[in-house]
Design a protein around this ligand. Structure first.
Ligand code: PGA
Length: 251
């Protein structure tokens, strides 16, 4: 089963509009040098309109870093899926560990966000991952299973086609400690196996599972060589054109 690689950059709460457009344009230029893979960037909400506009003619995909479930209403501080599609933005990260841990988002809320995206033609990237304490107490698989079952609650096979999963061990995010390629592959294989019990095997085999957590130019090639790693979600190293370009053009 060949799955098209997806290299995604999460810019988090960084960059002004001008800086965002400059970086997006530089990435769009590199992306075209390394074909046969999807490249996605997730700028902050303030830069989405300008970035979406700047790269509209390139194959670069643009995502929001979160999305609400309703189309409009009294939801102070939220951005709806139709507000994203209005900008030509067809992707959204949901359930990033920073949303879960710092902002207290529950799996039930994340599931609502995911359904809101799906109902409005926005592709969700559902993030899951265990903390260091959970890993050290050998709860990794149980935690991931719960996050996946709750995150994908009421998701049909037809809808799953439009979803990307991202395994991001919380202890590896922003810490410089990447999971080893063996640790990452072990978890990715577990996730795909779990999807096989929830959906048809052929569907589970077609779903892209990204790895995230301190992905850098010097570990990208090893990670992408693993059977069940179909791409990466990159934070820090996605903020510079040079390092992200090297990651895009993995070998
Ligand atoms: P990092 O972030 O690459 O800076 O570890 C990854 C992420 O949070 O998606």
């Amino acid at each position: 089963m060949s799955r098209r690689p997806l290299i995604a950059g999460n810019w988090k709460m960084h960059l002004t509009v001008t800086e965002s457009v400059q970086l997006a344009e530089a990435i769009a230029a590199t992306g075209s040098n390394c074909p046969d893979r999807d490249v996605l960037i997730a700028p902050p909400f303030t830069a989405l309109a300008a970035v979406s506009n700047a790269v509209a003619k390139s194959p670069l995909l643009v995502a929001a870093q979160n999305v609400a479930w309703e189309q409009q209403g009294a939801f102070t501080g939220e951005i709806s899926p139709t507000m994203l599609t209005d900008l030509g933005v067809a992707w959204a990260i949901v359930g990033h560990s920073e949303r879960r841990q710092i902002f207290g988002e529950s799996s039930a809320m994340i599931n609502r966000r995911l359904h809101g995206a799906l109902a409005n033609a926005v592709h969700p990237i559902l993030c899951i991952g265990e903390t260091l304490t959970e890993r050290e107490s050998e709860q990794t698989f149980a935690v991931l299973q719960q996050q996946i079952e709750e995150g994908l609650d009421q998701v049909t096979a037809e809808q799953l086609h439009n979803i990307v999963l991202a395994y991001e061990p919380v202890w590896a995010i922003g810490t410089g400690k990447t999971a080893t390629k063996e640790q990452a592959q072990e978890v990715h294989a577990f996730i795909r196996g779990l999807l096989t019990t929830m959906y048809e095997k052929s569907l589970a085999d077609s779903i892209r599972i990204l790895y995230g957590g301190s992905v850098k130019p010097d570990n990208i090639d090893d990670l992408m060589a693993q059977t069940d790693i179909d791409g990466v979600l990159v934070g820090g190293a996605a903020l510079q054109a040079e390092s992200f370009s090297r990651i895009i053009c993995f070998q």
